[in-house]
Design a protein around this ligand. Structure first.
Ligand SMILES: [Zn+2]
Length: 252
């Protein structure tokens, strides 16, 4: 084999695209030709560096959420309970078991801390929202798109501040059913973490500073502002969730 022929096939050899006979022929040449063998080593190293570095790029939160939203919008007209495939039912059953077991623990924590049973429902809703296609009904990074979307769908108009500058990009919103009513949920992101902000009319007027609960890796922060009770739920660490709530409240 001449070097030119060998070099033309090095890429294919690296990508395992040659027949066994062709590969053996290339390997025999590489074993005896220092020049081609050096070129093959450089090519191999370049491929390795490229693949390692490419692997490190993660999709931004907003892109992921947009993809999820697009999938949800494409899939929703066709989804029905009867048509749900067995894998979906198994997944749903698994999540319900997970929620049921965490719910038991949460009840104990709530009672001991004089907290609220709302956290139980919010945990279930938060976990459900992370299933493919459940996070957002409206996908937008634009507060003037998300806020009006709630008009006529829910009976409170939640704050939808732009928190891009603080590193909490808006992802979108959805209407969810918790505590026996349809409530608005505004969705923000922080790296790979999603933050669901629930809102409903507060039984008492005035503002209240943030209180928090945490369980099973999820954190809950609740506060009251402008006659609305807010709950932020996320698997984000407690310190960053508090920063989020402080930024959200200050932005009103
Ligand atoms: Zn050669």
């Amino acid at each position: 084999m001449v070097c030119d022929t060998c070099r033309d096939s090095l890429e294919a050899r690296l990508d395992d695209e040659l027949t066994p006979d062709e590969a053996r022929e290339i390997d025999r040449h590489l074993a005896t030709c220092a020049s081609c063998s050096r070129q093959f080593a450089t090519l191999t190293e370049t491929h390795r560096l490229l693949s390692e570095n490419l692997m490190r790029y993660a999709a931004p939160d907003v892109l992921k959420a947009r993809i999820r939203g697009a999938i949800a919008q494409a899939a929703s007209p066709r989804v029905s309970v009867r048509a749900a495939p067995p894998w979906w039912r198994q997944l749903a059953a698994g999540i319900l078991i997970a929620i049921a077991s965490s719910g038991v623990t949460l009840t104990v924590v709530d009672r001991s801390r004089g907290g609220t049973a709302a956290a139980e429902e919010l945990l279930a809703s938060h976990v459900r929202s992370l299933m493919p296609g459940h996070l957002t009904d409206v996908v937008s990074t634009e507060q003037h798109t998300v806020k009006p979307w709630f008009n006529g769908r829910v009976d409170v108009s939640p704050a939808v501040p732009n928190l891009d500058g603080a590193g909490f990009p808006l992802v979108g919103g959805r209407a969810d059913y918790v505590r026996g009513r349809v409530v608005p949920v505004v969705v923000y992101a922080r790296r790979q973490h999603m933050i669901n902000v629930y809102a409903w009319p507060s039984p008492s007027a005035g503002a209240a500073s943030a209180k928090d609960l945490s369980r099973n890796g999820y954190h809950f922060v609740t506060w009251r502002s402008g006659g609305i009770e807010y709950w932020a739920v996320s698997d984000l660490n407690a310190a960053e969730l508090h920063t989020f709530v402080a930024t959200f409240s200050a932005a009103r």
